[in-house]
Design a protein around this ligand. Structure first.
Ligand SMILES: [Mn+2]
Length: 420
């Protein structure tokens, strides 16, 4: 039976500068940059270990059109490792690394095929001199491609047993990505390809489970908190006349995760490191050989509330937790701690009282679920403000932001009053 096995990856974004972290640190940025290269190296190692027939990269190998010379040479030297073992690489260029921005006389190793940008080309993978798979693709010439490229893909007039399409573009909703080379499943479902190897959307996604299989492998290394969770590549096996089989292989070295810690009933601040460790190891797909960048939200009713809300306290905690972390092979870096706790106050009991806190609580609750009254309140405050910026910010508050501030104010007042 005729069969091929290959690795599908995309959006390596080698050489990303990593400037978007809130708690920015140059050592962390360089670790992350290094991680994009290392995850690619892992993919190459995997190709060798799994004895794949070839490697497919669906664009955005580099992050920007002014990619460094070093980055380009590193990329080439990794491909060389495959080439020396007789494993071909087929790749296209995407919107972040369009063909026009590549070093002109960059020599590709033998067995490496980079698709051109003028039209959809195809190349045939052979085993023992017989054609096994046709691989079709087209590169972006420039950053912006608005036309539907998928439409131009066509099987060869005398096709090999297996046909694969490599394409950088948007199928469905682009989300945070640009809507480049947009197309629909219907555009490609009757073209006769077995597998559409897509790139561009960084979230891993199997767009079509049946024939043709349409797949975004996602990027092999997350780059910010918009790219959380496991990241990797797909090992794809296609038998003639069968639906391709996929296996996900994690490749990332540093994982971005948003986590929540419920501090309900917790009264010892020194338990916090333990709780962070606990929430980290409970992350879906946790791996002790991975480093973690965490954004932590603290919630729940706790007597630690006022301590955590003390000005400057959280910043110092962050500094303390992160100290020395980056010297470790597998580190835990905390980017941000958001405090959304509540003081340990029994609201129902306060309500039953006849004292000032009870009175205050009644007033505050009068505003709850009454957007009109809140609006009025904001208007009154606005009139008293002198700063133009403060006025503007107040006017721009969304309903959920209003609620959040209202909630925070309630707990802040009660906390102070009841404590004293
Ligand atoms: Mn990309």
């Amino acid at each position: 039976m005729i069969t091929v096995k290959f690795i599908h990856t995309a959006d390596l974004h080698l050489d990303t500068p990593f400037k978007g972290l809130s708690n920015w640190n140059s050592d962390l940025a360089s670790k992350l940059k290094d991680a994009t290269f290392k995850s690619f190296r892992k993919i190459i190692d995997l190709c060798v270990k799994e004895k794949v027939d070839f490697l497919v990269i669906s664009g955005d190998i580099f992050d920007s059109d002014n990619k460094s010379l070093a980055a380009q040479l590193k990329f080439i030297s990794e491909l060389k490792r495959l080439s020396e073992r007789g494993i071909p690489t087929y790749f296209i260029c995407g919107n972040h690394d369009p063909l026009s921005t590549w070093l002109e006389d960059l020599q590709m190793p033998e067995n490496v095929f980079r698709f051109n940008s003028s039209e959809v080309e195809n190349v045939t993978y052979q085993k023992d001199n017989s054609p096994i798979a046709d691989i079709h693709g087209i590169s972006f010439q420039n950053k912006v491609v608005n036309q539907n490229l998928a439409r131009n893909y066509q099987l060869k007039s005398n096709p090999s047993p297996i046909s694969i399409a490599i394409l950088h573009g948007t199928i469905g909703i682009p989300g945070q990505h640009e809507n480049y080379a947009p197309f629909k499943v219907e555009d490609v479902s009757n073209k006769g390809f077995d597998y559409w190897a897509l790139g561009h959307i960084h979230k891993r996604q199997i767009v079509n489970e049946q024939t043709p299989k349409i797949v975004y492998p996602g990027n092999p290394q997350g780059r910010d908190f918009g790219e959380t969770g496991p990241k990797g590549c797909y090992i794809v096996e296609i038998n003639e006349n069968n639906i391709p089989k996929l296996k996900f292989e994690p490749t990332q070295l540093i994982s971005f995760e948003d986590v929540q810690i419920d501090l309900s009933g917790e009264d010892k601040i020194d338990k916090l490191p333990e709780r962070i460790e606990e929430v980290k190891t409970n992350i879906d797909g946790y791996d002790e050989n991975t480093s973690y960048c965490l954004r932590i939200t603290l919630k729940g009713r706790t007597s630690l509330h006022s301590l955590l809300n003390k000005q400057g306290e959280i910043d110092q905690l962050l500094e303390h937790f992160n100290e020395g972390q980056l010297n470790q092979t597998n580190f835990t870096w905390i980017d941000k701690i958001e405090v959304k706790t509540q003081p340990d106050i029994d609201i129902e009991r306060v309500k039953k009282g006849t004292d000032f806190p009870a009175e205050l609580l009644k007033t505050i609750e009068g505003y709850e679920n009454n957007p009109k009254r809140i609006e009025e309140l904001i208007k009154n405050v606005e009139e008293d403000l002198i700063s133009y910026q403060a006025k503007r910010e107040l006017a721009e508050l969304s309903e959920s932001e209003q609620k959040e501030i209202h909630e925070k104010a309630k707990w802040m007042l009660l906390d102070q009053l009841i404590k004293e």
